[in-house]
Write a protein that binds this ligand. Structure first.
Ligand SMILES: *[C@@H]1O[C@H](CO)[C@@H](O)[C@H](O)[C@H]1NC(C)=O
Ligand SMILES: *[C@@H]1O[C@H](CO)[C@@H](O)[C@H](O)[C@H]1NC(C)=O
Length: 476
């Protein structure tokens, strides 16, 4: 089961990687035709793939050793630099392949067809209904565990896409982006509040006077989403439908405590906030309540209540009004394991509380605190405390040093090398973006810029002092 989940995770990861690389636009080096792509079969060795395509492709990422080694290779379309093919090898054998833009045929699907398609249908059933087989965007696994993601263009939309997920030849998921904008079923706040978790889809449809639409819009800013599981409403969420103004000051945000009831929070803040989303019932009822951050242009405070008690609070945007600063030297001085008091004393301020969860004062309480860089407005550091102790630290743009790596060096790096070996090989220690844990479980993320590229970036993750994952993108 775990293996299956891992495989699916990797599969999704590769699909995602392909999208990222679409923006790359780097000069064409390793090319592939659509015909070559379709010829390559799941289960082939890396050598077979190289031989068939005529080049080894760009190494994007490599991790693990032996049977668990995972290698990701990328090619650019021979017709268009925006077309990309990505291959993922597990233990030396092709596990999944993904393409974007290589198949230039346009496969169209209408909203009525999309609605009619049912989970558990075969590919043939879907093809017959729609009139075309769609584009094989990603494929992984074989026989019973074969996964395939098929895409169609949503008819009557500019960028609309319908995605069908097949496992073992049957549809397991369907989703669409773009049709929703053409749907005209309206909902108002009163109707939204009337709809209760546990209602059947029929009850919802009857109340709203519209059928067959799960996503609905009212006005331009508001959006409502209902999620049905087994035909029963399991969650509802809205944004922009409730136009009331609920403001929370930063002081109120820091005062309210994990474990408080909704009434206690309402008493301190002076308003109940906006019910953003609701799911479950009784003991497992979850509700996310949103307030506007006072003094911030776009800030929010989101409070999560489970079974009526505050379990997490997250503030975004308050930092616009707070001026707690940190320098690179201070950041480097802070050590994992320091108390929050030590950090506050060093920096001369308690930073901006971004998020908090877990019981107040307990060892499970987690707080994320933001400090901003004095030198540049884009520089910042996030310190995560667990039970009042620094658990991890992350910085962005605080270290303005230039750390370069060549593509050749990246390709030569071996999984399992120590940090010192890597530093010596590359000639510099890189930008330490984040650190967490100590000893065997220590994780460090080091970043480099790639020589001769505009946006080329390499991320190295060390676990317990050894190179564990290497990832690169934006190569020439
Ligand atoms: C798409 O995938 C299906 C199922 O694996 C396969 O039968 C078909 O040949 C593929 N089509 C193309 C064009 O590769
Ligand atoms: C928001 O949620 C709470 C708790 O479920 C409920 O008591 C209240 O009536 C809701 N408010 C609105 C405006 O729907």
């Amino acid at each position: 089961m775990l293996e299956r989940m891992l495989s699916f995770y990797i599969f999704v990861f590769v699909s995602f990687t392909a999208v990222v690389f679409q923006c790359d636009g780097a000069p064409v080096v390793y090319t592939i035709t659509y015909q070559q792509y379709t010829t390559v079969q799941i289960g082939w060795t890396q050598q077979q793939v190289t031989q068939n395509i005529g080049s080894a492709g760009n190494l994007v990422s490599q991790t693990g050793t032996g049977n668990t080694a995972i290698t990701i290779i990328k090619y650019t379309g021979s017709q268009s630099p925006l077309a990309v093919a990505t291959f993922l090898f597990q233990g030396g054998y092709l596990f999944s392949k993904t393409q974007v833009g290589l198949d230039t045929t346009v496969y169209t699907i209408t909203l009525a067809q999309y609605t009619a398609i049912e989970i558990r249908w075969t590919r043939d059933q879907a093809t017959k209904l729609v009139g075309s087989a769609g584009c094989n965007a990603s494929e992984a696994g074989t026989a019973n565990t074969a996964m395939i993601i098929v895409q169609y263009k949503a008819a009557g939309t500019t960028f609309g896409i319908v995605t069908l997920g097949f496992v073992g030849g049957k549809i397991v998921s369907k989703s669409e982006i773009g049709f929703a904008t053409t749907v005209s079923n309206k909902i108002n706040l009163l109707q939204y509040n009337t709809i209760q978790i546990g209602w059947t889809q029929q009850q919802v449809t009857t109340l709203l006077g519209g059928s067959g639409t799960i996503v609905s819009q009212a006005g331009t800013q508001a959006a409502v989403t209902f999620l049905f599981l087994g035909g029963i409403l399991s969650t509802k969420s809205q944004s922009g439908l409730d136009t009331g103004i609920y403001t929370m000051t930063y002081q109120q945000f820091t005062t309210i405590e994990i474990g408080w009831t909704r009434d206690q929070v309402t008493n301190v803040v002076g308003s109940a906030g906006c019910n953003g989303s609701e799911g479950g019932s009784g003991n497992t009822a979850v509700i996310v309540v949103r307030f506007t951050a006072a003094g911030a242009a776009f800030g929010n405070a989101d409070l999560t209540f489970i079974n009526g008690k505050l379990t997490a609070k997250t503030g975004i945007g308050y930092f616009l009004t707070i001026s707690n600063k940190i320098t690179l030297q201070q950041y480097n001085t802070i050590q994992l394991g320091w108390t929050q008091q030590q950090v506050t004393a060093l920096l001369g301020g308690s930073g901006t509380l971004i998020s908090q969860s877990g019981v107040q004062g307990s060892t499970s309480q987690t707080s994320i605190v933001l400090y901003t860089g004095g030198a540049s407005s884009s520089a910042s550091a996030l310190i995560t405390f667990q039970g009042g102790i620094v658990y991890s630290k992350t910085q962005a743009n605080l270290d303005t040093g230039v750390y370069m790596i060549t593509q050749q060096q990246f390709a030569s790096l071996q999984i399992g090398w120590t940090r010192d070996q890597v530093t010596q090989f590359i000639g510099n220690a890189g930008n330490v973006a984040s650190e967490a844990g100590t000893g065997n479980v220590a994780a460090v993320n080091v970043q480099y810029k790639v020589v001769g590229t505009v946006i080329g970036t390499v991320n190295l993750i060390f676990s317990g002092g050894k190179l564990y994952i290497k990832t690169g993108f934006g190569f020439k």
